[in-house]
Design a protein around this ligand. Structure first.
Ligand code: PLP
Length: 371
């Protein structure tokens, strides 16, 4: 039995007639940029994110970059980022001319360790940028306390956490701002690139609206140096269809995660993802930890189970960051995770038999090792 890591065609096929109808609606409208579909999606997604203002942008990296610009962060400023994340979190900070300052993560949540944040704060620190990695909420109450004690802004990287909750509150509604991605493989995925900035105030939302559109709110009046990064009208039409299905998609991911947890519980050699008290993760990824990660991945591949590694190299070890201050920092837990994490197949394309197959092959791997 083949088990695909992800099968976007199978997932999107379930919405085929509604997606095609939405695309036809766009075609017929004759209005292709910042039209009704973007407006409707911004209203619906903002509402979904705790009743905040949402502004559609070109992708998740731009969402984070424009959020930092709207917060007034730039050259000479420092932003605290997790040592273990997708590199886009860091690139947004670098893109505005600020310095990413890595802080290590917790072994079990793989998210920013609040105990380590204060020692990284300097007079130049302007913001904390926590990531809800793998769809598991970061420890936002602790992070917000530290931010308010030091007068720092908080920008959530919620690119993997559409609909995740902590103590009943949805991710993206904790900080001053949040960046979302609608890259096809995310929990809420378009059929191309897309992103959104979710904002705690009208003033911040208006600033992002300006920045994404040449620094202009009224045509040919340019108040600041903006860029062109608008959520595409066609992608917004598709996202309007898929937002309705997000809770059901997330629910299926939770069932799969529970089935993995139950099936793999007896394996002492395997680290399973923990769920913090009060957290309702959305399982963008189901990530296990193994000291024999590479051998386990090869064994699964040989048995037609596809897995991926998120992420094999920490941003501070990437060639792109060599020679920067961040490259010299110490984030031992992040490095340990990079060497041991393995993402199992996850998504609504999987049926229970496929999940059970993954569990069985992992058991086989460890039985053969101990035999
Ligand atoms: C996907 C992702 C991004 C970037 O989103 P894009 O739409 O691909 O630019 C940023 N941060 C994290 C944690 C992501 O997973």
């Amino acid at each position: 039995m083949k088990v695909a890591f992800l099968d976007l065609h199978a997932i999107n096929a379930r919405y085929e007639s509604r997606i095609k109808a939405a695309m036809e609606r766009c075609f017929d409208s004759g209005w292709y940029v910042l039209g009704r579909e973007v407006q409707a999606f911004e209203a619906a997604f903002g509402n979904y994110c705790g009743g905040r203002r949402a502004v559609g942008v070109g992708n998740g990296l731009d969402a984070l970059t424009l959020a930092l610009r709207a917060l007034g962060i730039g050259p000479g400023d420092e932003v605290i980022v997790p040592g273990h994340t997708f590199i886009a979190t860091w690139l947004a900070v670098t893109a505005v001319g600020a310095e990413p300052v890595p802080v290590d993560v917790c072994e079990h949540s793989a998210n920013l360790d609040p105990m380590l944040i204060e020692r990284a704060i300097t007079p130049r620190t302007r913001a904390i940028l926590p990531v809800h990695l793998y769809g598991h909420p970061a420890d936002m109450p602790a992070i917000l306390d530290i931010a308010s004690a030091h007068g720092l802004a908080v920008l959530e990287d919620a690119a993997q956490a559409h609909g995740a909750r902590l103590h009943g509150r949805v991710c993206g509604s904790f900080g001053d701002m949040a960046g979302f991605s609608f890259y096809p493989g995310k929990n809420l995925g378009a059929l191309g690139d897309g992103g959104a900035v979710v904002c705690a105030s009208d003033a911040l939302a208006e600033r992002v609206e300006r920045l994404r559109n040449y620094g202009s709110r009224v045509r040919y009046a340019h108040e600041e140096l903006g860029c062109n990064s608008r959520l595409d009208e066609l992608q917004a039409a598709i996202l309007n269809v898929k937002l309705d299905a997000l809770e059901a998609e997330n629910q299926r991911r939770r069932q799969i995660a529970a089935r993995y947890a139950q099936g793999l519980a007896g394996l002492a050699e395997l680290g399973l993802p923990a769920t913090a008290e009060g957290a309702e993760p959305v399982w963008h990824l189901y990530v296990v930890r193994s000291a024999e990660r590479d051998a386990l991945q090869a064994y699964l591949a040989a048995h037609e189970v596809q897995t991926l590694i998120h992420y094999p190299t920490t941003p501070h070890r990437q060639p792109a960051y060599q020679g920067t201050p961040a490259a010299a920092c110490a984030v031992p837990v992040s490095e340990r995770l990079a060497a041991s994490v393995l993402s199992l197949p996850m998504g609504s394309h999987l049926d229970d038999a496929q999940v059970d197959r993954v569990v069985d092959v992992i058991h086989q791997f460890y039985e053969r090792r101990s035999a």
